[in-house]
Design a protein around this ligand. Structure first.
Ligand code: UDP
Length: 245
């Protein structure tokens, strides 16, 4: 078993992993008993977790916490345990799909507007021919429908569950049903199915390379600025946490 090395950022232990190590941890979780929870927090999610106790305790209980976003790299440097690299949620998702493809595994895709998950499934099947997408469902359902959706996921016999309903909805959904889910692992992947479906374009390579995906998203969707305020506030809070210890 790989020993977990973590850095605590504002009360959330984040795994000090690069992409290769994250893939190894994923492989390990896929052979463990029960449903493991994988989260991909960025600075906005960690900042919000400090105002949302339920979210914070879910993040703290996760089996793998992927460092998604440039804000976490800054924070880890400030705190003196630099993360090796940013592992974005979508890149990690693609790596898990690649692993499942190699191991003839199966996945259930949950989330996005009606039609998005099935469109994403088509594209994923083309890219990963040995991976079986055993089911899809959109992400707009009421709490009364949750039981039925969990039954649908279980009867599909999926090995892996991707929930793309945005944070903290996706993490709370997985945490609520973790005990009843028969998948080996479940992950919250934000808007990744929109990207797979082709409904949202990923930032060009330049932005990705320089950790500026947030800037690209801001240019494309200026209404996100309110959410982005969390990035500088997060850095300030991390600085405060360092000097008020
Ligand atoms: N979404 C969903 N159900 C909801 C609310 C949102 O499935 O009740 C989906 C939405 O369609 C979008 C994703 O969740 O595909 C959230 O995307 P966003 O870009 O906000 O997530 P991020 O990657 O920033 O966490």
């Amino acid at each position: 078993m790989i020993e977990r090395k973590q850095i605590e950022i504002l009360g959330v232990p984040v795994d000090l992993v690069n992409m290769q190590q994250a893939r190894q941890s994923f492989e390990e979780l896929m052979s463990k008993e029960g449903c493991s929870l994988i989260v991909t927090p960025n600075s906005e999610i960690i900042y919000n977790a400090n105002k949302d106790i339920e979210l914070k305790s879910i993040l703290r209980s996760a089996d793998l916490v992927i460092p998604d976003g440039i804000g976490l790299i800054y924070a880890s440097k400030i705190l003196g345990h630099p993360l090796q690299e940013r592992v974005t949620g979508i890149d990690f998702l693609n790596n898990t799909l690649d692993w499942l493809n190699e191991n003839k595994g199966s996945v259930f895709l949950l989330g996005g507007k009606p039609g998005i998950a099935s469109l994403a499934a088509e594209k994923i099947k083309q890219a990963f021919p040995n991976l079986i997408v055993v089911g899809t469902h959109h992400g707009y359902f009421s709490s009364e429908d949750e039981k039925e959706i969990v039954e649908m996921i279980n009867s599909s016999n999926a090995d892996f569950l991707c929930v793309a309903m945005g944070a903290p909805k996706q993490e709370k959904f997985i945490a609520r049903h973790k005990q009843n889910l028969k998948v080996k692992a479940a992950i919250g992947v934000g808007g990744s199915l929109d990207v797979w479906a082709g409904a949202v374009k990923r930032a060009p390579e330049f932005y990705q390379k320089h950790g500026l995906e947030w800037l690209y998203r801001l240019i494309k969707q200026p209404s996100r600025y309110k959410r982005m305020i969390a990035l500088p506030l997060f850095v300030i809070k991390v600085l405060k946490s360092k000097y008020t210890k």
